[in-house]
Ligand binder design. Structure first.
Ligand code: LP5
Ligand code: MN
Length: 261
C-alpha cells in the first residue's frame, strides 16, 4: 500500500450503538477523502451471524452501515479483517462493500515499512477458556452446522455467546485478558518483522523497544470505539505514512507511548 494508510478496529457496531456509528460514519467520510487505504482490523460488528442473512434482510442500521462502507470502498482501497466477534465475515460482505478480506495475520507493505497485523485475540494465550471457545467456533463443521440454522436461532445463539462472554469477563483477571508477552515476542521472531499492530484488548498504546544496532521494534495496540455504553466515550485509529506511525484519538487525548531500552 502506498500513501496514507488508516487502520481502525473494534468498533463493535450493532442495533444499539447509534452514537458510535455517528462517530465512525464521520471517520469513514474523512477516510474516503484523506486516506489512500483504510484497514478495518476486526470487530467492526458486535456480532456477525453470517453474510447471507445479514445481507439479504439487513435491518435499517445495518443497511446504513453497509451503504456507507460501500461508498468508502469505492473511494479508497478498503481492507477488512475478521475479529473475535465477527469471525464469520465472508466474501459476500466484502463484495457488497468493495473490500478485500485480509488473512490472519496479514502482512502489509506500507511506505513506513512492512507491518504485521492481526486482530489480537489469538495472542491472548493465557485466556484458556477463550482459546477453547475459539477453537470450537473456528471449526469448519461447527460453522457449517451454525449456517444451517435459521436467522432467529443464529441470533439467539450470538446473543447468548455475548452475554456469557461479558459475564465471564467480569471475573477474569486483567492480565489474563491482555496479550501474552511470549506470544507477542514469537510473532516478531517468526515473521521477522519490526512492527506489529493489533487491536482487541482495548488498551491502546505504542510500545517502542530499542534494540541498539538492530533498530527498534514497535508494538502498536489500537483503541476500541464506544460512544454509547461507556463513561469515557472514545475512538481512534492508526495513521501511517512514510515517516509517521501514530495513534490518533477521536477525542483529542493522547495515547500512551512506552519506550524501553
Ligand atoms: O468480545 P469480548 O471482548 O467481550 O470478549 C472476548 C472473548 N469473547 C468472545 C465471544 C464473543 O464476544 C461472542 C461473539 C458472538 C459471535 C456470533 C456467532 C456465534 C456462534 C458461532 C458458532 C460457529 O470472543 C472473551 C475473552 C475476551 O475477549 C478477552 O480476550 O475473555 O472470551 C470469553 O468470554 C470466552 C469465555 O471464557 C467462554 C464463553 C462461553 C460462551 C458460550 C457460548 C455458547 C454458544 C456457542 C455456540 C457454538
Ligand atoms: Mn475483539
Amino acid at each position: 500500500l502506498t500513501g496514507t494508510v488508516w487502520l481502525a478496529s473494534d468498533i463493535h457496531l450493532g442495533p444499539d450503538t447509534p452514537k458510535t456509528w455517528a462517530q465512525f460514519s464521520a471517520f469513514l467520510q474523512r477516510a474516503g477523502n484523506e486516506a489512500d487505504a483504510l484497514i478495518i482490523g476486526g470487530d467492526l460488528f458486535d456480532a456477525w451471524v453470517g453474510d447471507d442473512v445479514a445481507l439479504n434482510t439487513p435491518s435499517e442500521w445495518l443497511a446504513n452501515v453497509l451503504n456507507q462502507l460501500a461508498d468508502t470502498g469505492r473511494k479508497t482501497q478498503l481492507y477488512i479483517a475478521r475479529g473475535n466477534r465477527d469471525f464469520l465475515i465472508g466474501r459476500q460482505l466484502c463484495n457488497r462493500i468493495h473490500a478485500t478480506l485480509l488473512p490472519e495475520p496479514a502482512f502489509i507493505q506500507t511506505d513506513f515499512g512492512p507491518i504485521l497485523f492481526t486482530h489480537g485475540d489469538e495472542l491472548c494465550t493465557d485466556d484458556k477458556s477463550y482459546q477453547r471457545f475459539r477453537s470450537v467456533v473456528r471449526n469448519h463443521t461447527v460453522q457449517k452446522l451454525f449456517f444451517s440454522l435459521g436467522m432467529p436461532l443464529r441470533e439467539r445463539i450470538a446473543r447468548m455467546a455475548r452475554q456469557r462472554s461479558m459475564q465471564a469477563n467480569k471475573t477474569k483477571r486483567a492480565e489474563i485478558m491482555d496479550v501474552n508477552a511470549v506470544a507477542v515476542k514469537d510473532m516478531f521472531m517468526n515473521y521477522d518483522i519490526k512492527t506489529l499492530v493489533h487491536g482487541h484488548t482495548h488498551r491502546p498504546a505504542v510500545r517502542v523497544f530499542d534494540l541498539g544496532q538492530s533498530g527498534v521494534l514497535r508494538h502498536v495496540v489500537l483503541p476500541d470505539w464506544d460512544y454509547d455504553h461507556s463513561e469515557s466515550p472514545r475512538g481512534g485509529w492508526l495513521h501511517i505514512t512514510a515517516d509517521t506511525l501514530k495513534l490518533v484519538s477521536t477525542t483529542n487525548h493522547d495515547f500512551p507511548i512506552f519506550e524501553r531500552p
